[in-house]
Design a binder for this molecule. Structure first.
Ligand code: PMP
Length: 381
């Protein structure tokens, strides 16, 4: 059995969420049908919508279900058409790839968006309508972004704001309270499978005042307030609702002690270990560690063989060996970009487990370093 340490890629589904999905599969109705069976599944959708709304303290009228956060980000970014797009340089590719013409807000060495640079960009473009997208928590480093400050700077300008909160839900408290309509956030993205719900479902939260900006791109039905046509994935939505109910109690904060011990032991036993974003405010489950000189892909494979599942860079970009754009934006050299792995925990792990894991890491580091040295030596001779 492997130890799964890749919760930021996808959290294992909660038992109650899986049960809700399976139960829901037995229903026959289409939620758009007016008969009893249709109304029954429609009620399941609305019940989940209500649970998600309560999770963040908004009204259920402000939620559109999508096939996941990638689609929700697409919908939000679609609203930025005809506006000057301003994105943080560490956004998820599902945001960044939507606007090649965007102005990028740099981050500092700890991975926090530069507020001075943001203000400068806003000041220089104030004649235009601007669309800002900044994630609340970065998926690779776990660094929490100063959203309150970003909002208060943006208030002075003509801006629409989108927040990708995928890695924040269940990790840090988010409560928009009833003031969402008055708040400066226009759109927010959430995904189910990062909080123990099923994969393939997420939602876009939007302020009623900004609804007119949402252009449906899947057309042909009136579902989801006419913003996203197609019969809803009722079963997945049912599981998402259950996961939302559990999200304030996702046990992730209990992982802090284990994460801190893991980092402390890595720093002690591997002289080349570097913790990314060490001094920045971070969620308690994520550790991005570079073992300089050791290829991250080799490290991930070796750890997998040893029974530990971690990832290199962001999960969405694994499979193709491309260095992390997040670490690049933080100003790290290629040697760090190519050697960083992400370990993301969900709950407290016994000290012994952490110690064994770090022993394994340091053995692998030594082995991979010596293999590299002997390859280098044989190339020279
Ligand atoms: N945004 C962030 C910050 C993410 O971490 C992810 C998933 N890696 C996504 C968006 C995309 O989520 P989904 O898998 O639901 O499409």
């Amino acid at each position: 059995m492997s130890l799964y340490l890749d919760y930021n890629a996808s959290a294992p589904i909660l038992k109650d969420s899986a049960d809700a999905v399976i139960d829901c599969l037995k229903n026959v109705g289409n939620p758009s049908s007016v008969h009893r069976s249709g109304r029954k599944v429609k009620a399941i959708i609305e019940n989940s919508r209500q649970k998600i709304a309560s999770m963040i303290g908004i009204s259920s009228n402000n939620i559109i279900f999508t096939s996941g956060a990638t689609e929700a980000n697409f919908l939000a970014m679609n609203a930025s058409n005809n506006m000057r797009a301003i994105l943080s340089s560490i956004e998820h590719p599902s945001v960044l790839s939507q606007r090649n013409d965007a102005l990028l807000i740099p981050v500092d060495k700890s991975g926090v968006v530069s507020l001075d640079q943001l203000e400068k960009i806003l000041y220089n473009n104030q004649s235009e309508q601007m669309f800002i997208s900044v994630m609340l928590v970065n998926n690779e480093t776990g660094v929490i972004q100063p959203i309150e400050e970003i909002i208060s700077i943006s208030k002075k300008y003509n801006t629409i704001i989108h927040v990708d909160a995928v890695q924040a839900i269940g990790r840090i408290p988010i409560n928009m309270n009833e003031s969402f309509e008055e708040s400066k956030i226009d759109f927010m993205t959430i995904s189910s499978h990062k909080i123990g719900g099923p994969k393939g479902v997420g939602c876009l939260i939007y302020k009623k005042n900004s609804e007119h900006l949402l252009l449906p791109y899947i057309k042909g039905g009136g579902q989801e307030h006419g913003k996203r046509a197609g019969t809803e994935a009722v079963e997945l939505i049912a599981g998402f609702g259950v996961a939302a109910d559990y999200s304030s109690n996702f046990y992730i904060n209990e992982s802090k002690k284990s994460r801190d011990l893991l980092e402390e032991l890595c720093l002690k036993s591997c002289p080349n270990a570097l913790i990314i974003g060490y001094n920045a405010p971070r969620v308690s489950n994520t550790s991005s560690i570079a073992f300089e000189g050791v290829e991250a892909e080799n490290m991930v494979i070796a750890l997998d063989l040893a029974g530990y599942e971690v990832s290199s860079g962001s999960a969405c970009s694994s499979g193709k060996v491309s260095p992390s754009h997040v670490l690049r934006a933080m100003g790290y050299p290629d040697s760090v970009l190519n050697s960083s792995i992400r370990i993301s925990l969900c709950s407290y792990l016994e000290e012994d487990i952490i110690k064994k894991f770090v022993e394994k890491i340091s053995k692998i580091v030594v082995n991979l370093e010596s293999i590299k040295e002997s390859i280098n030596a044989s190339c020279i001779s």
